[in-house]
Design a protein around this ligand. Sequence first.
Ligand SMILES: [Zn+2]
Length: 45
Amino acid sequence: MIEEADFKCLRCGHEFKAPYEKGKIEERFCPKCRSNSVRHIKKKL
Ligand SMILES: [Zn+2]
């Protein structure tokens, strides 16, 4: 199941949404600074 999740760049602090597939680890890049120091932000329910 693919859902949209929030990610945050640790380098520039930019937050963005991207499709996220559970159980699948992908390397992500910040669309702003192209850093790969991107962390998944868990949704608050
Ligand atoms: Zn960034």
